[in-house]
Write a protein that binds this ligand. Structure first.
Ligand code: ZN
Length: 171
């Protein structure tokens, strides 16, 4: 959460926060950021960092997501979203939260294409694993900036219950 580029992407900023101490309303400036899903703005201390592709069994998905966003046609349909564009161009601009109405609606065939390796992708992944280990590659992808999103507690819980379908792919 301390990475400057990550903070830019997810709109971390100093904002006024309301408190009530006893009966006395007060505001104070704090470092805050919005939940990526619902948009509620909370102090850093109240935001959870979600592993977008879950740590429990999501390793393969995390690897595919990273390869998809590397921009070398490693999957059949490369990433085109704000985050992947930022990584490709090195220009980190704020990414709209999902509550802003920008939703990437893909059909199931589109999802399959996005997460299917090309021959080039398969060779690249094999070489990366041979040069280190499958666990190392999985760990790097799981903890990469591409896979970490800020969520409020409510959205993080809702999301973790929804892994039985493919909806998470578009998040
Ligand atoms: Zn939320």
């Amino acid at each position: 959460m301390n990475d400057v580029n990550w903070r830019t992407l997810f709109q971390s900023d100093q904002r006024s926060v309301d408190y009530i101490h006893g009966l006395a309303p007060q505001t104070q400036m704090e470092q805050t950021l919005p939940c990526f899903r619902c948009g509620i703005v909370l102090p850093d201390t109240h935001i959870t960092i979600d592993h977008h592709k879950p740590q429990g069994g999501g390793g393969d998905q995390a690897i595919l997501k990273n390869l998809r966003n590397m921009g070398y046609n490693l999957t059949h349909a490369p990433g085109i979203g704000s985050v992947s564009t930022a990584f490709l161009n090195g220009q980190f601009n704020p990414v709209p939260t999902k509550s802003g109405g920008v939703v990437n609606q893909g059909d199931d065939e589109g999802k399959a294409r996005r997460y299917t390796l090309t021959d080039r992708g398969a060779v690249f992944l094999s070489a990366a694993i041979a040069a280190s280990s499958e666990q190392r590659v999985t760990d790097l992808c799981m903890h990469s900036m591409l896979n970490l999103k800020p969520y409020c507690a409510k959205c993080n819980i809702q999301k973790s219950n929804g892994l039985s379908d493919l909806q998470w792919i578009n998040d």
